[in-house]
Write a protein that binds this ligand. Sequence first.
Ligand SMILES: Cc1ncc(COP(=O)(O)OP(=O)(O)O)c(N)n1
Ligand code: TZP
Ligand code: MG
Length: 208
Amino acid sequence: MPSLGRLHLITDTRPGRDPLAVVRAALSAARTELVVQVRVEDSATDREAYDLARRVAALCAPYGATCLVNDRLHVALAVGAAGGHIGADDLPVEAARRVLGPTAVLGATAREPGTATEAVAAGASYLGVGPCHPTATKEGLPAPIGVTGVRAVAGAVAVPVIAIGGVTASDVPALRAAGAYGVAVVGALSGAADPAHATTELIAALTC
Ligand SMILES: Cc1ncc(COP(=O)(O)OP(=O)(O)O)c(N)n1
Ligand SMILES: Cc1ncsc1CCOP(=O)(O)O
Ligand SMILES: [Mg+2]
């Protein structure tokens, strides 16, 4: 299993965003510490997801950064990504592990220790844990679990915990103290005036 980067950039494909520009900027600053998770709108076609994932994978390769694909594991396989990320509405973890194979990176969403330990037993190699804080990026989420919720999950599993949901660089010290290995962000980079600078700040907080 490849070692996992600590900063996960999830692509923002909402109208008016430029996900590839943000990926390029983040790669230049984070290099091997960056994981780019290709996430498209539910309404996007598989062809659109494939085209974006293929381009992101090609950008990541020279930096030794990791490319994952959210939800659509066939797209991950088709572009040669390192793996994928799944949640409660996606394939079950054990089925996803069968699809991706034993050595792929497989992330699963969890928000409490019971589901977290089940996901790891079923084959998850890391957990996306949250939402930690309120987020404007995804609708319909349950209430934020806060740093306390992240601590509860991190204390229950041995795989890396990636905190997600409204995370900024200033949140990182408390999340790391709670046991988070890294963070996943959309808005902190996609909405930044200078995504490369914002990446540098996140990496500094994650690796100090
Ligand atoms: C790192 C990380 N953590 C959680 C999620 C959320 O996944 P999921 O619950 O399947 O929701 P969608 O992203 O598919 O809408 C994630 N993508 N990444
Ligand atoms: C996909 C997802 N799942 C839980 S929170 C979230 C979005 C995180 O985006 P942001 O970093 O902008 O809060
Ligand atoms: Mg999902």
